[in-house]
Design a protein around this ligand. Structure first.
Ligand code: PGA
Length: 249
């Protein structure tokens, strides 16, 4: 049985004090959680939150990392820097990075390689836009994202990656994929992994769903056989909503 992992992607939200209060509130409820939990705050808050989360089972993730290891890249934060402060996870290829910062498949491949080389576990995001879905090309599109940025990995390395299917049309819009749409795509992703790496490996990979997951739709989404958790944006900023999702089915 795959365990389910719920990750909170706080994006560019919360002041320092608010972030600390929210992290402490999430830790408090952990006795009741049914799933593993990762919090992804701003880079700025990672060290302070590591102190708050110490001794709890709640893990930390960064929202991005550079496609280079070090050097003259003003404003960037590298995977080795994240590893040096003990951050275990990093989100790579979120659609907001792809769309607003023009991150290409090739750049994301480099980020994945560098993150893995430094012992980080990537949460790799994929997912189609509304236009692509209206054209019924979502499977081809997601397959291409996987092939171009992930499927060069070795059998060992692919098993250190979490995949997050996030249909762009559902992110922050209040539109959620139906449980069947999510299941269909997650199943498709797993069959592509199986074709490339074999059934055993495909069965072990965690595939999260992201896109307007909320307390009132989480249980149904999370009960789909191939949905192994969630990458949560808006609802991760409210302690009660996020806890309700972690406590769902
Ligand atoms: P949302 O964001 O839950 O606000 O739709 C999800 C994400 O972007 O990871």
């Amino acid at each position: 049985m795959r365990r389910k992992i719920i990750a909170g992607n706080w994006k560019m939200n919360l002041k320092y004090d608010e972030a600390k209060v929210l992290a402490a509130a999430i830790c408090e409820g952990e006795g009741t959680y049914r799933h593993d939990v990762i919090l992804c705050p701003s880079f700025l808050y990672l060290t302070a939150l590591a102190e708050i989360l110490k001794g709890s089972k709640v893990a930390l993730g960064a929202q991005n990392c550079a496609d280079r290891e070090h050097g003259a890249f003003t404003g960037e934060v590298s995977a080795p820097m994240l590893a040096s402060i003990g951050v275990p996870y990093v989100i790579i290829g979120h659609s907001e990075r792809r769309i607003y910062y023009h991150e290409s498949h090739a750049m994301l491949k480099d980020k994945i390689d560098i993150a893995l080389a430094h012992g980080l576990k990537p949460i790799f995001c994929c997912g189609e836009t509304k236009e692509i879905r209206l054209d019924e090309q979502q499977e081809n599109y997601v397959e291409r994202q996987l092939e171009d940025s992930l499927f060069h990995l070795s059998e060992d390395d692919i098993q250190r990656v979490i995949i997050a299917y996030e249909p762009v049309w559902a992110i922050g819009t209040g539109l959620t994929a139906t449980p069947q749409q999510a299941q269909d795509m997650h199943h498709f992703i797993r069959t592509r992994i199986a074709a490339r790496y074999g059934r055993d490996i495909a069965e072990r990979i965690i595939i999260q769903y992201g896109g307007s997951m909320k307390p009132d739709n989480a249980a149904e989404l999370l009960s789909q056989p191939d949905v192994d958790g969630g990458l949560i944006g808006g609802a991760s900023l409210k302690a009660d909503d996020f806890k309700a999702i972690i406590g769902a089915v």
